[in-house]
Design a binder for this molecule. Structure first.
Ligand code: FES
Length: 148
C-alpha cells in the first residue's frame, strides 16, 4: 500500500483534530444547574402571638378567670397553687360549650357536667373524654401573657 504525501498530511491533520476535540471534551466542566430551594417550611407551626391577658393577681389561688380573645377563642386561666398558673382553651371537649369556670378545685362545664383538672386540663368526670387544649402562659412581673 502506498501513501502519498497529501493522504499522509490529511490523516495527520484529522488525527490531531480528533485528539484536540477529545481533550476539550474531557476538560469541559459539566454545567451545574441548581433549582432554587424552597424557603417555606410547611411543617413548622406559625409563630406564637403574645396576648396580654391581665394581672396575675386577678386570678385567685384555687380559682379561674376567663379571657375572651376572639369569637373563636376564650382562654381559661387557672391558679392551682400560689406560683402556678395554667391556661386552657375554654371550649369544652365534649360538645363545644365554653366551660363555666373553676368550682371545688375543678374546671366545670355547665352544659352536661364535665369536670377537668385545673392543673392538667384532663377530664375528671362527666361526658368529656379528652383534655382541654393547653395554652402556654407566662407571668412577667404582674402581668399574664398567653402565647397563642
Ligand atoms: S359541652 Fe361541656 S359537658 Fe358537654
Amino acid at each position: 500500500m502506498t501513501v502519498n504525501r497529501r493522504t499522509a498530511l490529511t490523516g495527520i491533520v484529522a488525527t490531531s483534530a480528533a485528539f484536540t476535540l477529545a481533550a476539550c471534551a474531557a476538560e469541559a466542566e459539566p454545567v451545574k444547574t441548581t433549582l432554587p430551594s424552597a424557603t417555606v417550611d410547611e411543617t413548622s407551626a406559625p409563630p406564637a402571638t403574645e396576648q396580654l391577658l391581665g394581672k396575675a393577681s386577678d386570678v385567685m389561688v384555687g380559682s379561674g378567670m376567663k379571657y375572651k380573645i376572639s369569637d373563636a377563642l376564650t382562654i381559661l386561666v387557672t391558679r392551682p397553687a400560689l406560683e402556678t398558673f395554667r391556661a386552657f382553651n375554654a371550649t369544652c371537649t365534649h360538645a363545644g360549650c365554653i366551660v363555666t369556670g373553676v368550682r371545688e378545685d375543678q374546671i366545670t362545664c355547665g352544659c352536661h357536667g364535665a369536670r377537668f383538672d385545673t392543673d392538667s386540663g384532663e377530664p375528671q368526670s362527666g361526658p368529656a373524654r379528652s383534655a382541654l387544649g393547653k395554652i402556654t402562659i407566662e407571668v412577667r412581673g404582674e402581668d399574664l401573657y398567653a402565647l397563642i
